[in-house]
Design a protein around this ligand. Sequence first.
Ligand SMILES: Cc1ncc(COP(=O)(O)O)c(C=O)c1O
Length: 415
Amino acid sequence: MTKEPFISKEALEVITAAFPTPFHLYDEKGIREKARALYQAFSWNKGFKEYFAVKATPTPAILKILQEEGCGVDCATDVEVMMSEKLGFKDIMFTSNDTQGSEFVYAREVGAIINLDAYEHIAFLKEVAGIPEAVCLRYNPGGVFSLGTDIMDHPEESKFGMTKEQLLQGYRELKELGVKEFGLHAFLASNTVTNDYYPTLARQLFELALEIREQTGVTLDFINLSGGIGVNYRPEQEANDIAVIGEGVRKAYEEVLTPAGMGEVKIYTELGRFMLAPHGHLVTKVLHRKETYRTYIGVDASAANLMRPAFYGAYHHITNISRPDAPLEVVDVVGSLCENNDKFAVQRDLPQAEVGDTLVIHDAGAHGFSMGYNYNGRLRSAEILLQEDGSARMIRRAEKPEDYFATLYGFDFEK
Ligand SMILES: Cc1ncc(COP(=O)(O)O)c(C=O)c1O
C-alpha cells in the first residue's frame, strides 16, 4: 500500500532546483479544500467556527489562508497570540496551561476568549487580569476515554483540564463574577483515526451542558470540541471523513441539546493535525548510503525538521519520488543528529535509493516544522508554499548560522 505525494516528480524538480533541501512544502489547494469541507460538514450549526491550533503550523502565510477560509485561531502562548494579532485575527481562543499572569493580561488586551485549564486559575485570572465577559472552562472527566471496547486515551493521567466538581463550582463562581458568555472545552484523545471520536465526545459534552444548566443555572454559549481528529499516517489506514463526523455531531446535538431548548449553542473546533498534516511534505535528499549490520539511507533532513518519529516512534510514509519503481530493499532512513533515534523510518521496505534522490516524507504539515529544534547546531529549514496556480513561494527562509548565534552575549559572530 502506498501514498501519493500531492506534487508530481517534474513539478517538484522545478522547486528543488530553486530551493535547497530540506524544506517543508505546503499545498495551498489541499488546505483550502480541507477548510471548506470542515465548514460544509458543520454548516448545520449557525455559529460554527474552527479555531486553528496555531501550535500545529505557526506560519503566517498558512494562517492567512485559513483566515481567508473563515477560521479563527487557538493560541497556547502570548507569542502565538502576538502573531495572530499581527495577522489581523479577531477570533482568538487562548487555551494555555500553567499560564503566566502576563499572558492572561495580554490575552485580555487583544480580546481573546480565555479558556481556563485549571479551577485555581479563576482566582489567579481575577487577580492578575480581571475576569472578562466570556470565559471557557476545560474539562477532564478522568478515567479512560474509550470508543466501545477501544481505549483511546487516559484522561486521568493528563495534566490538562479540571474535574466535574471543579467545573460546576467554576461556572457558579464565574456567574457571580459577572461573566456573560460561557464555554466548555475538552480534548480527550489525540490523533483519533475514526469517525466516532467527535460524535462520542460531543454527546458527553452535550449531556454535561444540561447538567451544568441544572446545577449552576449557567447556559453554555459554545462547546469547543478542540483537536484530536487524526490523520491516516499509515497508508493502510482509512482517512477520517469529516462529513460523516459532522453528521454524527449533528445527530447528538439534535438528540440532546435541541430538545432541551439549547439549539443555539455554537460548536467550535480547534483542529491542527487534521487541517494541515496531509498538506505538508518534508522534502529531503539522500546524502549517503551506509552498509553495516543494516542499510542506512542518510538524508539531509533530521529530527530537527520533523521530530515525531524520534519523539513518539511515529510512522511517516516516505516516497522516493526520483525512483518510485526501483526494486525494494529494507532500510533505516536517518538524519545526521548524534542521537540513534534520529530515524525517519526503521527497517522499512523502500525503493533502492541512490545518492541525490529526492524523498518526500508525508503528513508533515502539522506538528512538523513547529516542533523543530536546534540540537547539534542544526538549523531549521525553509518553508515553501505550493500555490494554487502551481507556482512555489518561499514563506519562511531557512535559518542561518547568525540566527543560531543571535541570542548569545559575549560572542561576536562577525569577528
Ligand atoms: C489545546 C489544544 N487544542 C488543539 C490542539 C490540536 O490538536 P490536533 O492537532 O491533534 O488537532 C492541541 C494539540 O496539541 C491542543 O493542545
